[in-house]
Ligand binder design. Sequence first.
Ligand code: AMP
Length: 194
Amino acid sequence: MKIRWRFCKACVVNDMRAICVFCGSSAGVDPAYTRAAWQLGGLLAQQDITLVYGGAQVGLMGSVADAVLAAGGRVAGVIPRLLMDKELGHHGLTELHVVQTMAERKEVMMALSDAFIAMPGGIGTLDELFEVWTSTQLGLQAKPCGLLNVQGYFDHLVSFLDHAVAQGFLREQHRRQLKLHDDPAALLLQLGKP
Ligand code: AMP
């Protein structure tokens, strides 16, 4: 992927136009997760990066979208018709793509985005993260991917991935493709690194 760098007041950001955020349809037990969603959303808007996400109003998904919109940014939601009621499709978005299947949702989110961030979430979040990461491992796409490690939420997953490397099931070079930081701004910078 070709990265072009430009300078802004606060930091150096790359030329990414859209970042997909995978995160929980629940808010989690610690308010720090919601705070982090608002922090990330505000940062995306400030850096003129469109948020691409699953299109729901609920949980951290709703928070990150609300944060981008509150800061004057752009949000593209992608939601399967069958989840419009269950996860309450967000009607205040810049664009809402209503698709037919869960698989189509992932395809559209991947096509619309230049990079991917997983925040704390459940198995839906993990499914989306691993789909993107495995497609990088297979060379099907080369868009950067990272974990926003709020309150150490992903520590056990990271330990397991290191175990997978040690046991010869995951190559070190593929392990390094997954970036990790607890600070949204620092993670965005890492995602810009080739
Ligand atoms: P969760 O992390 O389980 O709260 O789910 C986060 C989001 O992932 C929700 O919008 C779920 O609908 C979505 N999700 C769950 N399973 C899948 C799947 N197999 N493909 C695409 N999205 C999914």
